[in-house]
Ligand binder design. Structure first.
Ligand code: ZN
Length: 265
């Protein structure tokens, strides 16, 4: 498979927030290890219980992060788009888990082997620093998602999910089945049909033959639960804060009297 350098122009990295945050020196070392990978609709990128072979950095499209229960039911607790990566569990030292990754909306990603990911974290300071900050962001997003799933109405959660997907896809129209949307929201298919139908009748979206089109984004924001704005605020803080690579601690020891520059000269 061709490497990133052979298939992608250098500015493509700016389409993924994590890669864009790396120092140039670190990115130049990482780039030859990144390979283009198309995200296909409903492609399983990681089965629950498996260790990840690859870490993904979407350039567009959306990857769902799902908890898989014993009965096979899957509940989405996070999404990863161009603002993120699937590498948080491996970064934190967790290999296999009951988490599955499914590409939910087609797009493009860059991917890195898990071994290269671990090696690069150890030797590229800005990569380790941005992954640490992104892990904190993911914790905040998962916390919000847990509260949202418990407390907010399906219609408002449906609006929130569509807004998040709209952001990550970067296009007004994207393919999605109602069955999959129900799975993502953890509700029954009739329930999601009611929610999507209500949004459609209000003129906020149109849904036809598996294609969702956002018609009135402002109204959709008003229909969404508070979680959408909270999550956007988290991302804004993440984007605005500079990524400082950890620096080795320097212990300043006061020079004894008489051993200053004057004494050396
Ligand atoms: Zn919510």
């Amino acid at each position: 498979m061709p490497s990133l350098l052979e298939t992608q122009s250098a500015p493509s990295r700016t389409r993924n927030l994590i890669l864009a945050a790396l120092s140039k020196a670190d990115y130049d070392q990482l780039a030859p290890l990144l390979h283009a990978h198309p995200l296909r609709m409903r492609e399983t990128l990681l089965e629950a219980g498996d260790e990840p072979d690859y870490i993904y950095f979407p350039l567009n499209g959306v990857i769902s992060v799902l908890t898989v229960l014993e009965n096979g039911m899957m509940i989405e607790f996070a999404t990863v788009g161009p603002e993120g990566t699937t590498g948080v569990p491996l970064f934190l030292g967790f290999g296999e888990s009951n988490t599955a990754l499914i590409s939910q909306v087609p797009g493009d990603a860059l991917r890195l082997s898990s071994k290269d990911f671990t090696d690069c974290i150890a030797r590229l300071p800005s990569f380790a620093a941005v992954m640490l900050r992104y892990s904190g962001l993911m914790l905040a997003l998962v916390s919000q998602s847990a509260a949202c799933n418990r407390a907010h109405h399906a219609d408002a959660r449906c609006a929130r999910w569509l807004l998040m997907t709209h952001d990550q896809v970067g296009a007004d129209e994207f393919p999605i089945t109602q069955e999959f949307l129900a799975q993502m929201l953890g509700v029954s298919r009739p329930s999601v049909a009611l929610s999507a139908g209500a949004l459609q009748r209000a003129g906020l979206v149109s849904y036809h033959r598996g294609e969702m089109r956002i018609l009135d984004r402002r109204a959709l924001e008003l229909a969404a639960c508070e979680c959408y704005a909270v999550v956007r605020t988290h991302f804004a803080h993440f984007t605005e804060s500079p990524v400082e690579p950890p620096r080795p601690k320097v212990h300043h020891v006061d020079a004894p009297m008489g051993t200053s520059d004057a004494a050396a000269s």
